[in-house]
Design a protein around this ligand. Structure first.
Ligand code: NAD
Ligand code: MG
Length: 403
């Protein structure tokens, strides 16, 4: 008999959050939802809480709490409503759940994800920005508190599946012996075949139209610029304790091979599947067991061919800037991520052109280089530079003040 595990979903109304609820609903004998959180779409949160019987919901403001109460028209008692970022971290760390899905978008998800790791939970990490901004702190918390860290990003989940492990998802203290290189695949996004210089006028709708994956808007834009792949290189560096020069990226437009591990003997292990996030989510929830995800089978004969090519750093300057930040250190990674969040939000509001996303990131990295060197020993150190970098990026003349 498998004991029922209670799950908290940070960011349940997002793309990953909804897919997580879908997988959990397939396994009532294994999982129950303890808490859900959302920043907006409180109506969807209420609907989710009712459908899965969540005991707790966490919302950002008192106004959202009042709205949730108003929307609760069901006979069953209203879940306990908690408010604010502190409550979110406390819920993630509290004793009533064993598994935390970290699926908030952006560095805003860092405090609660870190709290879950520091409480020794099984953390399913979709929120890559948390690792980009605070990799060493986060991995130290996983190690010190005996947390289990399951990567949900499809590439890292694939790599995790291709590495040897003993049934526990503990943080490695160095590169896995025998591994030569990690190879992250990238679809190349909607503008794979176009030149960067021709993309000045692309719209948010065009940038968000990903050819293979259905995702939230921020990560969709990141996938188009390939900053997403850059964040994933930094994420892989921390998750698998691999130096930057042993992580490479290959363009693979079909998104069937989710990533690969190259071994010293010349073997390359890959994980393949449909581009559907329920596979990595089910893997993280069930690990070390394999459980049903609802994802259809992969028909390779139907796929016909799989293509691979090297990425062009001129065509994808955001990827080049990400490697630059990883080589420069933690402060540069914090600045890279913060500038990108500001730039993408402005682009989605039509206040910044697409190609200026890379210009803003580059300018913020230049600004960060001029700062005195600093240590990032605690969350406050990370959040302080994150805020400074956001302020710096937001004051850029590249952003128009009217939409
Ligand atoms: P999304 O935009 O669809 O959902 C984000 C969720 O976070 C929502 O529930 C939203 O209410 C919440 N949220 C947003 N801002 C918040 C804030 N300031 N404080 C608290 N909560 C906030 O995003 P998504 O596509 O589900 O992605 C979530 C994370 O997973 C991102 O870090 C993304 O990079 C990563 N990821 C997503 C996919 C995917 O297929 N969608 C794949 C790999 C990794
Ligand atoms: Mg990914």
């Amino acid at each position: 008999m498998v004991k029922i595990a209670r799950v908290t979903i940070l960011g349940s109304t997002g793309s990953i959050g909804q897919n997580t609820l879908d997988v959990i609903a397939r396994h009532p004998d294994r999982f129950a939802v303890y808490a859900l959180s959302a920043f907006s779409r409180i109506d969807l949160l209420a609907q989710q809480a009712w459908a899965c019987g969540a005991a707790v919901v966490v919302v950002p403001t008192d106004v959202a709490a009042t709205l949730f109460r108003k929307l609760w028209v069901h006979a069953q008692p209203c879940p306990e409503i908690r408010v604010g970022t502190q409550a979110l971290a406390e819920t993630a760390a509290g004793p009533d759940c064993q598994i935390v899905m970290a699926a908030i978008v952006g560095a805003a998800g860092l405090p609660a994800a870190l709290a879950a790791a520091s409480a020794g939970k099984r953390v399913l990490l979709a929120n890559k920005e948390a690792l980009v901004a605070a990799g060493s702190l986060f991995m130290a918390a996983v190690r010190e508190h005996g947390a289990e860290l399951l990567p949900i990003d499809s590439e890292h989940n694939a790599i995790f599946q291709c590495l040897p492990h003993d049934g526990r998802a503990s943080a490695p203290s160095g590169p896995t012996p025998g591994v030569r290189r990690l190879i992250l695949t990238a679809s190349g996004g909607p503008f794979r075949t176009r030149q960067w210089g021709d993309l000045h006028d692309v719209t948010p709708e065009q940038a968000c139209a990903h050819p293979n994956w259905s995702m939230g808007r921020k990560i969709s834009v990141d996938s188009a610029t390939m900053l997403n792949k850059g964040l994933e290189v930094i994420e892989a560096h921390w998750l698998f304790a691999m130096p930057a020069d042993r992580i490479s990226v290959v363009i693979h437009p079909q998104s069937v091979v989710h990533s690969m591990v190259e071994y010293e003997d010349g073997s390359v292990l890959a994980q393949l599947g449909q581009p559907d996030m329920r596979t990595p989510i089910a893997y993280g929830l069930g690990f070390p067991d394999r459980i049903a995800s609802g994802v259809g089978l992969l028909d390779l004969a139907l796929a016909g061919r799989l293509d691979f090519s090297a990425p062009d750093m001129e065509q994808f300057p955001c990827l080049r800037l990400s490697f630059q930040a990883l080589n420069a250190g933690q402060g540069a990674c914090i600045a890279l991520n913060a500038a990108n969040e500001i730039a993408v939000a402005a682009f989605l509001e039509r206040r910044l052109s697409y190609t200026n996303i890379a210009c803003m990131i580059e300018a913020t990295l230049d600004w960060q280089t001029g700062l005195p060197s600093a240590a990032f020993n605690c969350l406050d150190d990370v959040l302080a530079l994150d805020q400074m970098a956001r302020d710096h990026a937001a004051s850029s003349r590249l952003i128009s003040q009217s939409s």
